[in-house]
Ligand binder design. Structure first.
Ligand SMILES: *[C@@H]1O[C@H](CO)[C@@H](O)[C@H](O)[C@H]1NC(C)=O
Ligand SMILES: *[C@@H]1O[C@H](CO)[C@@H](O)[C@H](O)[C@H]1NC(C)=O
Ligand SMILES: *[C@@H]1O[C@H](CO)[C@@H](O)[C@H](O)[C@H]1NC(C)=O
Ligand SMILES: *[C@@H]1O[C@H](CO)[C@@H](O)[C@H](O)[C@H]1NC(C)=O
Length: 173
């Protein structure tokens, strides 16, 4: 008499807990921020624009960005919510789950390691290094093979001309 309700309760409880687990797993899965950011070292020639991004699968609550360079840490943006913010050459755009840090005209002052403190439903930290390269350096490097070929051609033409000249004079005398 007593076992009857118990027997039917156990499978019901069992089913119910499985259902609860599935629902919570699914809800959890949907709520992870899963950040994807620009990573590693980004090298930008001085005077060019730089764009560093971070995307999450939820909506940003707020974002803090710190710049670490020459052993000093500076807070570039502090707990910025949704919207567009500009400060001393840096622009931060936060829209839904997408964030963009834009520097229109990269200068030495912008170089260093950027630490993102991302706050969606969870908090995540990501960092990326901005390296400033010399625009003249890269064009000089590209010019070098061209210059070398030019020097060789002039040299070969000069030597050929000289030999021809000697030969011509030798023939006449
Ligand atoms: C979680 O989401 C990923 C893709 O967004 C999907 O492949 C995976 O099956 C999901 N897991 C659960 C338990 O829902
Ligand atoms: C973030 O999203 C934007 C817009 O879809 C995309 O252009 C950008 O490449 C994304 N960033 C990363 C690091 O995947
Ligand atoms: C932020 O700037 C982008 C591009 O400049 C623009 O598309 C967007 O509407 C702006 N958002 C706000 C909230 O002003
Ligand atoms: C960063 O840029 C400088 C030139 O401005 C270069 O000498 C250095 O090797 C670069 N560092 C990295 C890690 O790419």
């Amino acid at each position: 008499m007593l076992t009857c309700p118990l027997v039917s309760t156990i499978p019901t409880l069992w089913l119910f807990s499985i259902l609860l687990l599935a629902v919570s797993l699914n809800a959890q899965n949907k709520s992870w921020d899963r950040p994807v950011c620009t990573e590693g070292i980004v090298s930008v020639p001085r005077g060019n624009p730089a764009v560093l991004t971070c995307n999450i699968s939820n909506t940003f609550t707020d974002i803090t960005i710190e710049l670490s360079a020459h052993g000093k840490d500076r807070t570039i943006f502090n707990k910025r919510p949704q919207g567009n913010f500009s400060w001393s050459g840096w622009t931060l755009q936060v829209q839904g789950g997408e964030a963009q840090l834009v520097i229109k005209d990269v200068q030495d002052d912008h170089a260093g390691m950027y630490l993102w403190q991302l706050h969606g439903r969870q908090r995540y930290y990501r960092n990326v290094t901005l390296n400033i390269s010399d625009p003249a350096e890269s064009s000089q490097l590209q010019d070098k093979p061209g210059t070398l070929v030019g020097v060789i051609i002039v040299f070969v033409l000069g030597v050929t001309g000289f030999i021809a000249f000697i030969y011509y004079r030798h023939q006449r005398s």
